[in-house]
Design a protein around this ligand. Sequence first.
Ligand code: ATP
Length: 423
Amino acid sequence: MDLMEKITALAKRRGFIFPSSEVYGGYQGFWDYGPLGVELKNNIKREWWKSMVYMREDVVGFDAAIIMNPTVWEKSGHLKAFTDPLVECKKCHHRFKVDSVEDKCPECEGEFTEPKTFNLMTEVLLGTTEPKEKSYLRGEITQGVFVNFENVVNSSRVKIPFGIAQIGKAFRNEITPGNFTFRSREFEQMELEYFVRPVDVESKDMFEYWKEERMKWYTSLGMNKTKLRFRDHEPEKRAHYAKYATDIEYEAPFGWSEFEGIHHRGDYDLKNHNLSYKDQQTGEEFTPWVIETSGGVDRAMLFFLIDAYFEDGERIILKLNPKIAPYKVAVFPLLRNKEELIIKAKEVLKIIKKGIDGPVVWDDRGNIGKRYFAQDEIGTPWCVTVDFQSLDDATVTVRDRDTAKQQRVAVDKLSDYFSGKLK
Ligand code: ATP
């Protein structure tokens, strides 16, 4: 099995990610997140929000509606320009993105048609009377922030430079969904729009600053530096409004792949919507420039999973950073049929649950070795075993996922022990 097959199989077997509507054969480009997947995804989003909003003085949060007045998409240029060029095989009629194929069809070696453009916006019909009103599921979460720029400025105390952060779903009618969740039709984005004065040097510095910040964030959560790189967009590939653009790429089993874009969008978006900014102190009025950091939550999660995947013989270990690991601690009674051990272990479980912010789980199936095996595979950083010695001296064994080392810790010190490690 190759690595992608292993990750996909593990994700399904242990409840991270399932094909959407699987009982009806799935649905191409859509995925459902299971009990462990939702924890991992929420942890990634929470860490992002903490670093982008809570740890800063200059960023506020936002949550726009998914469906907006269709005029937004007309003004933003998406109805005209949010397209992918597409070719169709004349023989088997499969369609491909132009930049994903050579000159012959990979399915049947047939010839392609000339490229045609294909709009990626997902249409929705609203209302009950015919003709229904046509609208769109947002193709990117950005526009909801731009059209609210003046609302945010007028209702909060933000002053340029400042940012607006948002996390939410986006939808694209992708022609070729694939590589597991990498290219989906429904996905989540985590984005910052950072507004600056329209000055070349300042805005370029800010662009460089955000590039570094975003790369640091991924490595601070444990992503392997050697698997990450920036890829600057060549001027001819850059969106016409972008002054500078770079992607953060990960070396996935299917090649170097973008999972976050950092773009200097100039004044393009605010101008499209006829919005500007007035400095309350100087009275100066101008259209700010925007530096955007646009990350994909699902792609980040996929790359965190791939990056954390290790094998040691039969054993699989997900070396996820404890901050994003779905479960923080697992608690085991040494034996499941000894009541005094169960009672003590339940007490220990309660103490740990109170002391740390995140799920703590109970496991009493099979022998201890099997339980370690099962927890390693889902990335639980620590396992706590309550044994007969625990009944005498109120200590437990704490076993570390990555080193497999074991340590005796007093029950009344457990809370501090774990909260210290999770800091
Ligand atoms: P690609 O070239 O791979 O289609 P893009 O350049 O169109 O991506 P952006 O519009 O810059 O992507 O979107 C920002 C981020 O949103 C991407 O870096 C990615 O993480 C995420 N994203 C975009 N399209 C998808 C998708 N179809 N499935 C999952 N995530 C996506």
